[in-house]
Design a binder for this molecule. Structure first.
Ligand SMILES: NC(=O)c1ccc[n+]([C@@H]2O[C@H](COP(=O)([O-])OP(=O)(O)OC[C@H]3O[C@@H](n4cnc5c(N)ncnc54)[C@H](OP(=O)(O)O)[C@@H]3O)[C@@H](O)[C@H]2O)c1
Length: 246
């Protein structure tokens, strides 16, 4: 695959980039911090010196003006791409966002508007080449309005719906949309939070997501048990949701 990855500097994106590089996929990394991008590209090059060098370009989800140039650079370096993966995202606790409206605005802008507009640019380019895969990390937080993730969950709910709509509209034209819904995964994003039962590791998530990309699965819960956890949560009546803290 010729893959553009946005968010490979940390966490699940980094684990996925390493796994893709391991099997010989050609990668191009996008991110908001050029130094972090260089470090990540150097890490991949050191692990696989036999592969073509990994290119990078700045791309900030908070600034849609950066998207076209970033995708142009990826197209030029890879000679066209067939897969775009977006793991980049921001998280803040519900308490922090309730106390700081500017922070809430930033998280909503990056996780919803920025991500959706980036995907719009990416899917037009993929469709222009006859199709390809758009794999985007949403969250189980978007499955139901829940007290600990009212704002973050709202952004991810919107993102999941957008990806579902893309799948319905463009699948027949060759666009494979993969919406990844992680539960709690141990990364920098969740550092300092108490891991619940079934907390996942980024490497296991990467393996599962790669299988979903290869198989063209439209939705993947990871770790898999979250599919069943969220099935139960989706069916809980409102009076129960008002009482519980989950
Ligand atoms: N960890 C979990 O439990 C969990 C659960 C559900 C969903 N998710 C979602 O899964 C995805 C990956 O999460 P993770 O845990 O791997 O996160 P992470 O370790 O915090 O990594 C987040 C990545 O997003 C990038 N990023 C943040 N803001 C950006 C911006 N404005 N423009 C471009 N890149 C930006 C970061 O780049 P820098 O290196 O520049 O910081 C980093 O590469 C996210 O979308 C997250 O919302 C995570």
């Amino acid at each position: 695959m010729r893959v553009v990855l946005l968010g490979a500097t940390r966490g699940m994106g980094r684990a996925l980039a390493r796994r893709m590089a391991e099997r010989g996929d050609q990668l191009f990394l996008l991110g908001r911090d050029p130094e972090e991008l260089q470090r990540s590209a150097a890490d991949l090059a050191a692990r696989h010196p036999q592969h073509a060098p990994v290119g990078t370009h700045a791309c900030d989800l908070a600034s849609s003006a950066s998207f076209p140039a970033a995708l142009d650079a990826a197209e030029a370096a890879l000679g066209g791409f067939d897969t775009v993966v977006v793991t980049a995202g921001l998280f803040a606790t519900q308490e922090a966002m309730e106390a700081d409206t500017a922070l809430a605005e930033q998280v909503l802008a990056v996780d919803f508007t920025g991500t959706v507009i980036f995907c719009e640019h990416a899917r037009k380019r993929l469709l222009g080449r006859g199709g390809g895969t758009l794999c985007v990390f949403s969250s189980v937080a978007g499955e139901r309005g829940r007290k600990p993730v009212v704002l973050y969950g709202a952004a991810k709910a919107g993102l999941s719906r957008y990806l579902e709509g893309l799948d319905h509209k463009f699948c027949a034209q060759g666009l494979k949309t993969v919406c990844v819904k992680p539960g709690f995964v141990k990364t920098g994003m969740t550092a300092g939070l108490k891991p619940p039962p079934f907390a996942g590791e980024p490497e296991a998530v990467a393996q599962q997501v790669l299988r979903a990309i290869d198989g063209g699965l439209p939705v993947v819960y990871t770790p898999s048990i979250w599919r069943w956890v969220m099935l139960v949560i989706r069916w809980l009546p409102r009076f129960v949701m008002r009482k519980i803290g989950f």
